[in-house]
Design a binder for this molecule. Sequence first.
Ligand SMILES: Nc1ncnc2c1ncn2[C@@H]1O[C@H](COP(=O)(O)OP(=O)(O)O)[C@@H](O)[C@H]1O
Ligand SMILES: [Mg+2]
Length: 450
Amino acid sequence: MQNKTKKKSSFKAGMYLLETLTSGMYNEPLSIYREYLQNAVDSIDLISSKNQPTLRKVNIDLEPIERRIRIYDNGVGVPTEIAEQTLSAIGSSNKTGKGLRGFRGIGRLGGIAFSEKTIYRTKAEGENVESIQEWNCRELRKLLSDSQRSSMTLKEVFKHVTTFYQKNSTLPADSYFEVILEGVSSFRNYTLDIEKVRNYLSQVAPVTFNPDEFSHSKTINDYLLKNLNHYCRYNIKLNGEPIYKPYRDKVKITKKAYDYIDNIKLFEIKIRDAPVGYGWYGERRNLLGSIIKGDGSSGIRVRVGNILLGDAHLLDGCFREPRFNSYLIGEIHVSHPELIPNSRRDDFVDNEMKTLFYNGVEREIGIPISKEIRLRSRVKSKSIFTPDRQVKNEADSIVHIGREGKTSKARQPGSISEGILVSDVLNSIKTICGNCPRLSAVLSILNRSS
Ligand SMILES: Nc1ncnc2c1ncn2[C@@H]1O[C@H](COP(=O)(O)OP(=O)(O)O)[C@@H](O)[C@H]1O
Ligand SMILES: [Mg+2]
């Protein structure tokens, strides 16, 4: 029989892991707001129902001149006894299995890449002690770029750049968690640009619709509340102003032209006959042309825990032409334990459910809507390009010309529309280039594209 001697483990977690988990995690600096919000609303969800009468809120305050960001919530906070251990864990979370949004134990590190100092300040209800952890992010960056220190372990670096302390608090009834980022800098200072942050949050954060601007809010809320186990909307303010989702009854098609959302279509995405997501989309009056990007509302978007997954283009591949997705406004709220956001939250974790989900979206939404867009476009083209050169159906200020998706302002009746020009141009080319050996090839290309 062989004698097995237990060898000391040679496992080592090097300091560059921290770089991967901070600056390496997110392409978009604004993603740090999503991570901090996710923590804040998870913490609000943990408040027991008896404490609900207190208004639960998240306040995000940007101070561009001081280069400071504060994100404060009055959720459960972290109890004194476990604060140090909780804030010192990396890549491990006590949220696992609780149906909360975070679970990988890295989200709070996002701001470290964009600040000189990151501070977490927290307190649980009924306690007299506030716990504080500070990260010296400037020192961390110095270590990471110093080749002499490259053999330091993750643990050594963590000890070197963080400080934890507790102090008495005079407000025992309060519970809170506050993230303070000091000395913030990001590419073109995105993270301190209040309008950019507002625009981002309105698309990503789990906030309410603005009932004054979107008259279908109630229909959608009633449907989602009825069907989802957990459809929560939170009171989130940016520099004192509430944030709402970007949906309105009017959608912008060009800089000057609008289309209208006349109705809301409610739907389910099913996998093997069981619903895994509930959604809505706005039925547009004209459905001609995509909604412009700056509107912030285009595309059927996926939400998990009412937080955006990916961006406006995540579902583009489910349509016959990717751009058709941006003809629409809508959401799919996904709730299935196997549809799990990946760590960058730009898609789901790869598994069979993910494929089945995208197939379901294509079947239920992508194909029928693509057909509708093509049909409407054909009908519109026919009604505009009449032989007597009259432009009909001028109810709106845009018309569809030639190929789908290209729009231009309607011309006055009697003027030459661009649809007519295509055939005129073909005839002129034939007359002018009658002897050219490449004429037939040119004509067939033009015919195909018109
Ligand atoms: N706003 C908050 N309120 C209460 N606890 C928080 C808050 N933010 C972070 N925490 C605590 O810190 C832990 C680590 O957060 P994070 O790194 O984002 O990982 P995760 O959210 O995946 O657990 C959380 O699990 C939670 O215990
Ligand atoms: Mg988190």
